[in-house]
Design a protein around this ligand. Sequence first.
Ligand code: NAD
Ligand code: GLY
Length: 365
Amino acid sequence: MNDNLQERKVKVNLGERSYDIVIGSGLIDEIGLKIKPFVSTKRIFIVSNPTVLNVCKDRVCKSLKDAGFDVNILEVPDGESYKSLEIAYDLYGQLIKHNANRFDTVIALGGGVIGDLAGFVAATYMRGLPFIQVPTTLLAQVDSSVGGKVAVNHPKAKNLIGCFYQPRFVLIDVDILQTLPERELKVGLAEVIKCGFLSGEKFLVFLEEHIGDALVMKKDVLIEIIQRCCAFKAKVVEVDEKDFGKRAILNYGHTIGHVIETITDYKKYKHGEAVSMGMICAAVIANRLGLIQESVVERHKNILKKAGLPIELPQMSPENVIKHLLLDKKKRGEDYTFVLLKDAGEPVIKNVSFEDILESLKLCQ
Ligand code: NAD
Ligand code: GLY
């Protein structure tokens, strides 16, 4: 095998809640043997949706059955709107029907929606079942499957009902991305690029050189990127698992990103696209405040554009932006908290005035 396709491992060190993330090519076919050390009973409950099951159900089930597991599939409809308490309740019902107990294992097989929902159900059914993440979108592989945030949405707000519940193991197979729609791949690349700016020059330069290879799903490049993102996120989560401090840096680009998503009613842009524009705005603010040079703003634009992500913000009236910022949970006093960069790899959390936000926005539209 090409050396660059060799399996990689990232450890998340959280004391008794520590776990490994393995990343490679073809791992789905070995899932049974890979998870065996982390599973104490024969019974496995796979939570997934029809789109993902269509792509890999037979291979996953064969490998698990060959390894001696009894496999039950709990299917939920595909879509963010099904990351809900109603669907969680339905899943509890299915677990009860199978007499599931605290030693059986839940596998989340899907993107971030499935990971968050299955993780929430695993965390709460009988006060917690062992849980394994098998992320199948790039976004889930580089972000949502790592760090233990699990949740369902409330009609009033996304991810409002949830908790921290770490998986026992994360298995990442880049081959599974071959069927991912291109737009979903780009959405994942937005979070990858975010990680590049947060983690520092070395990874950022790698991305600047290889983002085109990622777009055409060159496997060795994807493995390298996923490993670096997971390792970066693991380090952040290890120092601030419950999100009281440093973990907030992972929201780079998200403050204005959320405003764009809500103003456009979550219809026009996908989350990663909004984050892409949010990062541009954050870079322009940082430049206005004298934290970074214009050249760093240009680096944002160049790499996000190369990844096929939007870099020009939609027209939004100042009143509307302020109204939505006021609703933002990160509001503090009269100013607004932003993650900004002092340089690649040097994020800072800063209060920014209305004036600086609105003047910067004008330069981004
Ligand atoms: P998603 O789970 O909706 O997946 C996107 C689409 O791709 C879906 O239609 C899905 O069925 C399909 N899909 C998944 N894998 C596929 C494959 N291999 N081939 C073909 N199609 C495939 O979206 P997402 O972007 O993965 O996740 C978004 C969710 O993640 C949001 O709910 C967000 O709140 C959550 N999230 C959570 C965290 C966290 O830390 N827990 C972090 C970021 C995002
Ligand atoms: N995706 C943000 C976090 O995990 O904290």
